[in-house]
Design a protein. Structure first.
Lengths: 160, 160
C-alpha cells in the first residue's frame, strides 16, 4: 500500500499566467558578502571595501551568485516550500543590473509568464516565472526567468 | 599622478572564439550540500538523504545554485583571477542536467562562443562563454552561457 501523498498549499493551478507576487525581506551584511565570496567568488571587489574601490563597482559588492542564492531563499520562503514543487530544469536571462552593497535589504517581485501542462507527464505542469530582485530604494538589482515544475492538483484536467 | 595599472596574465585578446579550456577539481560533501541549502535553498531534497529519497531525485543532491557557485569558484581559480576581468552583466540558459551528489568531484570545460570589442568602451571586450560542469564520470551535470567583460591588451586595435 502506498503512503498517503502529502498535500500542499500551492499546486501548478495556483500560478496562472500574469499572477504577480511580492515577498521577501533579506538584509545582507559585509561579513556575509565576504564569507560567500571567500568560498565561491574570490574576486577583489567581493572580498573587501578596498578591493571594491579599485574596481568599476566603486566599493564592496555581493557576488552575483550570492544575489541569486538570496533570491532563491526568498522564493523558497515566499512560495516554493509550501508548493508541490518538483524542482527546476533551468533558467534564462540572468541580468545583474546594479551592485548589491553591505546593508542593502532585498525583496522579490515575481510574475508568471507561462503555464502549461507537460504532455509527457500528466501530473506535472511547467511554469516560466520572471523574478525581479529589488533593493530598499525599489531599484532592480537583478532579474531572471526560471522554469519550475509543479504537481497538478487535477492531473489530466483539460487545458483551458 | 595615476598609480601604474596592474598587469594581468590574461586580457580579452587571450580568449579567441573556439578556445576550449578544462580546469577544476572540486569535491562536494554532504555537509557542504546541507550547509548551502540551509542558508539559501531549504528544499527537502537538498537538506537530507531521507528528503531526497522521497523526491524525484532519489537521494540528497546539491542545490542548483550551489553547483553554479562551485562552477564560479573553479572559473575564478581557472582563469578569472589572473584575468583583467571587469565583471559580468549576466548570463543565459542555465541547465541543470543531472543531480550533484555527496562525494561527486566536479570539473569544468569552457568554450569561447563569441568575442567582440565593445563599441562604447574601446578598452573593453565582451566574451560569451559556454561553461559545462562535469562529474567524475564525465557526465555533464550543468551547462550555462555567460557574458564577461575583460580589459583589452591593445585598446582600440582594429577588429580582425
Amino acid at each position: 500500500m502506498n503512503a498517503p501523498q502529502k498535500t500542499y498549499k500551492y499546486y501548478w493551478e495556483d500560478f496562472p499566467v500574469g499572477k504577480v507576487s511580492e515577498f521577501g525581506n533579506m538584509t545582507v551584511s559585509a561579513e556575509e558578502i565576504i564569507d560567500f565570496a571567500g568560498k565561491f567568488d574570490p574576486q577583489p571587489f567581493h572580498l573587501s571595501e578596498e578591493g571594491g574601490k579599485n574596481s568599476l563597482f566603486g566599493g564592496l559588492c555581493a557576488s552575483g551568485w550570492h544575489t541569486c542564492a538570496m533570491a532563491m531563499r526568498m522564493m523558497c520562503d515566499g512560495y516554493i516550500l509550501e508548493s508541490a514543487s518538483l524542482g527546476s530544469p533551468g533558467l534564462e536571462n540572468i541580468r545583474w543590473l546594479k551592485p548589491v552593497r553591505p546593508g542593502d535589504t532585498l525583496h522579490v517581485r515575481s510574475v508568471v509568464l507561462e503555464a502549461r501542462p507537460m504532455d509527457s507527464k500528466p501530473h506535472v505542469g511547467l511554469l516560466r516565472v520572471r523574478t525581479e530582485v529589488l533593493n530598499q530604494n525599489n531599484e532592480e538589482v537583478m532579474q531572471m526567468e526560471g522554469y519550475g515544475m509543479y504537481r497538478r492538483r487535477n492531473p489530466g484536467a483539460p487545458k483551458e
